[in-house]
Design a protein around this ligand. Structure first.
Ligand code: ZDP
Length: 280
């Protein structure tokens, strides 16, 4: 069997996109996803994303497998890529078109802007420990500026779920963090039963922060959209940043707005087709 795929990236967070509109089962298994995401023995990607038929009145459903085969609830950079991929599949130069996408984190709405960027209504953040999930505090409490010890070092952490779990910590110098060593220790920290994505944030100005990320199931990536959203929410909760904030990631920039009007988080950033191909 040969499958067609399209390779997209959003700020260097790269994905294999698969047209799965004919079936509500993914045509690639998590085991196959691990193989095709391999950068030496496969196509190479941070994850595999599927466009499936919509559910409950939505236009489409998105599912994603991380490069380790695990399935996250949501993917911020991925859903921008998905919006571009769908516009391509539908074969029309769609501008100002908004799609309603069913995800494991609820309905998420990406909009194709005239300038080529994609603006996504990422929904409301979840802040209670039971929703993250984390056992750091009681289930109905928030984790804001809470100190934990990882790698024999004290870290003040704030936890936010954008459908998927994030642990944010503010640091003096994000470049100085030994991500490769420290990231896995956060990911597998016992108080995070679903594991965790971890963002190390350096606040340059209230409306400009710098982020490095260790992703659950994918490790170091050049960008994480849900992580950028979660980081701005955490920054606001800690009085460290504005609701409207630019996030600088190794792969580029995202504009994040945690709206005080509707409590929803809006993310604007690029997504581009790299190439198309097929695999057996
Ligand atoms: O929650 C997780 O397991 C993440 N690794 C999912 C991927 C998140 C992503 N990088 C993003 O941009 O939100 C795609």
């Amino acid at each position: 069997m040969s499958y067609k795929f399209s390779k997209y990236q959003g700020l260097g967070n790269d994905f294999i996109l698969i047209d799965n509109r004919h079936s509500s089962e993914t045509i690639v298994t998590p085991e196959q996803a691990i193989r095709i995401c391999d950068r030496h023995f496969g196509i190479g990607a941070d994850g595999v994303i599927f466009v499936l038929p919509g559910q409950e009145g939505t236009d489409y459903t998105m599912r994603i497998y991380n490069s380790d085969g695990s399935e996250p609830e949501m993917c911020g950079n991925g859903i921008r890529c998905l919006a571009k991929f769908i516009a391509n599949l539908e074969g029309i130069g769609k501008v100002n078109k908004t799609y309603r996408i069913h995800t494991l984190a609820g309905v998420i709405s990406p909009q194709l802007l005239e300038n080529g960027l994609v603006k996504v209504d990422m929904g409301q953040p979840f802040l209670l420990a039971g929703e993250i999930p984390t056992t750091l505090v009681a289930a109905d409490e928030k984790v804001v500026n809470h100190t934990i010890t990882v790698a024999e070092q004290a870290w003040a952490v704030t936890c936010v779920s954008m459908g998927n779990p994030h642990c944010i910590t503010f640091v003096e110098d994000s470049d100085a963090i030994a991500l490769e060593q420290i990231g896995p220790l956060f990911e597998h920290y016992s108080a995070f039963p679903q594991r965790i994505n971890t963002e190390f944030i350096q606040v340059i100005k209230p409306d400009y922060i710098k982020m490095r990320v260790w992703e659950r199931g994918a490790g170091i990536t050049l960008a994480c959209g849900t992580g950028a959203c979660a980081s701005v929410v955490a920054g606001v909760l800690n009085n460290q940043c504005d609701r409207l904030c630019t996030v600088e990631l190794p792969g580029g920039f995202l504009e994040i707005n945690w709206s005080s009007e509707d409590n929803r988080v809006y993310m604007t950033g690029p997504a581009e087709l790299s190439f198309i191909g097929s695999f057996d």
